[in-house]
Design a protein. Sequence first.
Lengths: 360, 85
Amino acid sequence: MTPAAPLALLAELTHRCPLRCPYCSNPMALARAAAEMTTEEWARIFREAAALGCLQVHLSGGEPTARRDIVEITAAARTAGLYTNLITAGVLLDAGLVERLKAAGLDHVQLSVQDAQEGGAERIGGMKGAHARKAMAARLVRAAGLPLTLNAVVHRQNLQNLPELIALALEWNAARIEVAHVQYYGWALENRDALLPTREQLDTATAIVKAARAEHLGRLVIDYVVPDYHASRPKPCMGGWGQRFLAIAPGGEVLPCHAAQSITGMVFANARDQPLAAIWADDPAFQVFRGTGWMPAPCRGCEHAERDWGGCRCQAFALTGDAAATDPACALSPHHHLLAEALAEAGSESFLYREFSARR
Amino acid sequence: MTPRFAPGVRLQHDQARDRWIVMAPERMFIPDEIALEVLRLIDGERDEIAIVETLAEKFAAPAPVIAADVRTMLDDLINRGAIVK
């Protein structure tokens, strides 16, 4: 049976980035510049993705503007008919580049922010001077008439500043803020003790988001991604494995989820040498967890099976060593106790920063 | 009021699925048939009254009924950030 077409493509153009966030969603083993695909390879992939049914592309990284051909890549995505979203740390943007991106057809900018104030933001992001450059980037993006979303990744060490982060979105004239609790694989899992929020922090944050949504209705949209270590039901990760979404790594590996390379032993097809449509339809890495046929107990036959799709495969692997296990975030999982144990142990302050050659 | 699409929002034909879709920053909405009729009339020129009149004529329906539907729909899209006044 042919699977339904994907809706969105995450294009990880590079793993290079001037920031060193300890919850980076890139894999622990980062791709070097020499492994990155060319402008022409990305342009072909965008045409294939659009023909396959993708509507939106997220130009991401690493830092996508670290690529000298980011304007050409943006133009190629727009020419292919894709809605183009730039996911950036903002520190490499200047007025000329923003204008060229806009002229290339860029539709939207998502700007990350690590904390509400300079000191905290630069300790977490691991880059001096980053916060002021982000404020400048926000001004340039809005001056160019591009819509702006602020992406605030929140955790134990900055949740106390959530009201100020929401105020920052208003101050920087964003129409939207994504308040995203850290998800724990790869770098974030390494730093879990320093990042996991307490139950009290989570409940306070949820109440703040609820109140701010009402207060700023019609002015600021607030998206909220909850952390599942305090949950009793898992998240419907990616809307189901291989059902709506695909990611492509800098070297062309085609992934059902941007964190899928954290599942050791999985092999991924490469968009450099196979058509995207064939990979989406037939590649074993996509087929293995597609639908419900792969599910073990307690997912098999569960009334939630087609609602949460068994949760997150990467989290199941990270916590149990078995990517086909029920996500431990589910209260029905025999491994659910692992989350409470992790929460009880959390409380460290120091980070392992993202590096190309970090010592574990 | 004269509704228009917010920056970064547009109505686009989804060729692979043969349907219309509202593309927005990191989101997309699939409008129902009635919403689509309204969205197609949003051009930054027509005001709400003109949209209601056009639809009332097209569907031979009483303007007050159409007006209420249009208002509800626009309020929803404004709250979701897709439309601005």
